[in-house]
Design a protein around this ligand. Structure first.
Ligand code: GFP
Length: 831
């Protein structure tokens, strides 16, 4: 119950609006206050964990104050907000990012120094918030960062998983998964909101409301409460603080006291377990069949709580519901939140009593949808009987959406039965399936891909029929981007200092177009030396990290050749390790003098395989098996080292990305929608060895062909090659055959365990065309080596690349979304 405003409110406001002082004494006071009052420490019992927690809580105080100001301001001016709905937010750490955003890093370093700690060590105490699998989740984190930095009113919505992305251990060369209990220690970066809780129903039956065409009452006795946790998102150099609102299932009310008193303890807590499991785990995104039903309920819990919250906030403005699209834009990050569409329809029809046409108009003007992949196995579909049982009301709404849509198609294209079958949201399989990508497309006013090539491909493939029916304008491209705050300023201080010097100030961090100024310094000898030195320093830092995590010692003077991303067949880590095997063979054939003239190389792999993805896990085993043999070979020494960095994460990436000389983005053409790590590596002065795929293409266009090493077949050639290979066994070129021979001779241990990998190329149709691309891949490696030997040219490439990468800031991407899809405007917070 809110109270009536009083005169004291004005005083309260004046007090709460005055920014907490930024001087060292105030900071120290607040850290000490949290050490003692929040964490019960005495001077003798402070350790770096508590030094971290207390400083983080003190930073959080500042963020929450700004959070309040921001939201109060947006409410007051009636700003339209964007809501970025994503089942994944791969945030990583927040502390350092927040210190940089508040521009209080030096101050906190000083205060921590006073109590006996180094800021770097304290930063290392933080656990990653790993609520995502890979690119899609990290993109969502970069996008909320940009929203905050650019003063756009916008929130992320997601789920607060109790266990994030699993921890990867490497045991005997194999990946072993362990739970990521990231909430075991207090999490300073979330703020529990028991006051923001919504009931979410499952199962049950429907009662038609008499006198209405489309209104139903949904009677269900399975109702869970979704409770909000808010994660403030600091905006760099602005008062604006964004928010990620994450839902968790509240379970206390589900405890059955009667069963407990009767001695049935499992029964007493059964309801709690059933509810809690919905927000327990982040789903792996490669395994589509496991736990389907749980996943569907998880998605619905997320969508229902989010839509109820958005509608409740809108209703507080007092405006009529027809104006919802003027106040809220909802972006669906892939199909996982698509149930938001029928959920908004349910709310508008059943709770608010609107007529179908008006509800549908509001819904389609509110939603927009981003597609992130064309891999068929990643296309979400739900069996109709399952959906009908769990979400009977939504199944009914989806049927109606489909019916009205197909009627429209039929009017436009009479007599085209094939079209109706192909475009229907319900797939006529056995059992029938709901095609979520189609539902998202029909229920949104815009559909976008994430790089130019990908946006073209979706128009020619999965959405081809929709382009015919709904027109081409609905389908747009929004090339991905990454946040320069984290992926340059935070992870690469050495290079960032150089850029700041050239630009004259730090304004480039929020306006990446300014890095162009680097071009003018490309011939400045002294500057070039410092550029090289910055990269070398980053390589030394990675070498230390590799030593600490793997025990392998590598030379920072070698060429650092990195492939760090999820392990997946289409990303072709297998091709990479096969080329390493071939290189090893060549080195072994050489006379010592000749070998000594070879360019030393450290090949770094990092990435996780989905727990149920056997082939990907065998690739990890092969990489580790090769590493073991090569690294122990005294004849080879520093000329070749192979490293698998375990437990790839945002934090690991922050060590790896700034240190690459070359990074590999070598997916089969047409399979990687965009890629975002390719952008990160180049923004840190690394060069790409890649295929003509995803955002590699646009990076090449921006930085210039001399600054990128392309190889491999083109997307339009893939279908023909695949067709040929379906009926003909490939003839590996001599290099690839050499690699196979070495594996089969047992050079890397038991040959049998790796035979299925070889078979996937020789007998499995070579779906990802390794045999096709291998020769040009080897040639491209030679070109890289040749170029790296000319240090002068290499430094030029590196500087020019960074200078020309402004397009790949997530700020550019967010501005395009804001202007062309969301229709929202930046509004810097003012009192
Ligand atoms: C997916 C796509 C990538 C794309 C990201 C973000 O990544 O090509 O860059 O989404 O749009 F595959 P994952 O989540 O599958 O890693």
């Amino acid at each position: 119950q809110a109270k009536t405003p009083t005169r004291e409110d004005t005083e309260f406001r004046a007090y709460s609006h005055s920014e907490i002082a930024r001087d060292a004494a105030t900071i120290k006071n607040s850290v000490v206050m949290h050490l003692t009052a929040t964490f019960l420490r005495t001077p003798a019992s402070i350790d770096s964990t508590h030094a971290y927690l207390a400083s983080a809580f003190s930073v959080r105080d500042r963020l929450l104050q700004r959070w309040n100001l921001t939201n109060e301001f947006h409410d007051r001016i009636g700003a339209k907000r964007v809501y970025y709905m994503s089942l994944e937010f791969l945030v990583g750490r927040t502390f350092d990012n927040a210190l940089l955003a508040l521009q209080l890093r030096d101050e906190y370093a000083g205060v921590l120094g006073d109590v006996g700690f180094r800021l770097e060590d304290v930063i290392d105490e933080e656990r990653d918030a790993a609520l995502g699998n890979g690119g899609l989740g990290r993109l969502a984190a970069c996008y909320v960062d940009s929203l905050a930095c650019m003063n756009y009113p916008g929130w992320g919505y997601g789920l607060r998983y109790r266990y994030g992305m699993f921890q990867q251990q490497i045991i005997n060369g194999y990946q072993v998964e362990a739970p990521d209990c990231w909430l075991d220690t207090p999490n300073p970066w979330e703020f529990p909101r028991p006051d923001v809780t919504y009931p979410v129903k499952f199962y049950g039956r429907l009662e038609h409301v008499p006198g209405s065409a489309h209104r139903y009452r949904w009677v269900s006795d399975v109702v869970y409460d979704a409770m909000a946790f808010d994660m403030p998102v600091p905006g760099y150099g602005t008062t604006n603080v964004g928010n990620i609102r994450l839902w968790s299932c509240k379970t206390n009310g589900l405890f059955d006291l009667n069963k407990f008193n009767a001695g049935d303890y499992a029964g007493a807590t059964g309801g709690q377990v059933a509810a809690q499991i919905l927000t327990d785990v982040l789903y792996p995104n490669d395994n589509t069949n496991e736990g389907k039903e749980l996943r569907l309920r998880q998605e619905y819990l997320f969508c229902s709580a989010t839509l109820q919250d958005i509608v409740a906030r809108f209703k507080r403005t007092g405006r009529p519901l027809s104006e919802l699209p003027d106040m809220a834009a909802i972006q669906l990050n892939d199909t996982h939140p698509t149930l938001g569409i029928p959920e908004l329809m349910r709310i508008l029809l059943d709770d608010e009593g609107l007529e179908w046409d008006e509800a549908w108009d509001i819904t389609t003007r509110t939603f927009a949808f981003t597609n992130h992949t064309v891999l068929p196995e990643a296309m979400e579909k739900w069996p109709v009987p399952m959906m009908d049982r769990i979400l009977p009301r939504h199944m009914g709404i989806i049927y109606d959406i489909n019916l009205f849509f197909l009627q429209r198609v039929e009017k436009q294209f009479p007599d085209d039965r094939g079209l109706l079958r192909d475009i229907s949201i319900i797939e006529e399989s056995s059992p029938q399936q709901v095609r979520m990508a189609f539902l998202a497309c029909v229920g949104s006013h815009r559909v976008n891909g994430v790089a130019a090539i990908h946006s073209d491909i979706i128009k020619q493939s999965i959405f081809k029929d929709f382009v015919r029916v709904m027109g081409e304008d609905k389908f747009v491209n929004k090339t991905n981007g990454v946040a320069p705050r984290r992926w340059m300023n935070e992870c690469n201080p050495a290079m960032s200092e150089l850029i700041t010097e050239v630009v004259g100030d730090r304004s480039w961090i929020n306006d990446l177009s300014k890095v162009r100024a680097l071009e003018a310094r490309v011939d400045d000898e002294a500057f070039r030396r410092r550029w090289w030195a910055a990269k070398q320093a980053n390589k030394r830092r990675l070498a230390d990290y590799i030593l600490a995590t793997t025990g392998i010692r590598v030379s920072p003077d070698a060429l650092f050749d990195v492939q760090a991303k999820r392990i997946h067949e289409y990303k072709r880590q297998l091709m990479n390790i096969l080329s390493v095997i071939y290189r090893y063979h060549r080195l072994k054939e050489m006379a010592p003098a000749e070998r000594a003239r070879e360019l030393p190389r450290v090949v770094v792999f990092a990435g996780k395989a989905a727990a149920g993805y056997w082939v990907a896990k065998q690739v990890i085993k092969l990489i580790n098996a090769v590493a073991e043999v090569v690294n122990a070979d005294d004849e080879i020494g520093d000329v070749l080292k192979v490293v698998f960095v375990p437990d790839y994460s945002v934090t690991a990436a922050e060590h790896i990305v700034p240190a690459s000389d070359i990074s590999q983005h070598i997916s089969t053409a047409g399979t990687e929608a965009s890629g975002t790590s390719n952008m990160k590596f180049v923004l840190n002065g690394g060069i790409i060895l890649g295929t003509v795929d995803g955002a590699n293409i646009e990076i090449g266009e921006e930085v210039g062909e001399e600054q990128i090493f392309f190889f491999g077949c083109l997307a339009h050639e893939v279908a023909d090659f695949r067709h040929y290979l379906r009926f003909h066994q490939p003839k590996p070129d001599p290099a690839l055959q050499t690699a196979f021979d070495m594996i089969q001779r047992g050079t890397f241990g038991d040959a049998h365990i790796f035979q299925p990998l070889i078979d996937s190329i020789l007998r499995g149709g070579d779906v990802y065309l390794l045999s096709v691309d291998f020769p040009s891949y080897i040639e491209a490696h030679k070109a890289v080596e040749e170029a790296y030997r000319h240090r002068d040219d290499w430094v030029t490439k590196s500087i020019l690349s960074v200078a020309r990468m402004a397009k790949f800031s997530s700020d550019r991407a967010i501005q395009e979304y804001a202007e062309e899809i969301w229709n929202i405007e930046p509004v810097p917070v003012v009192e």
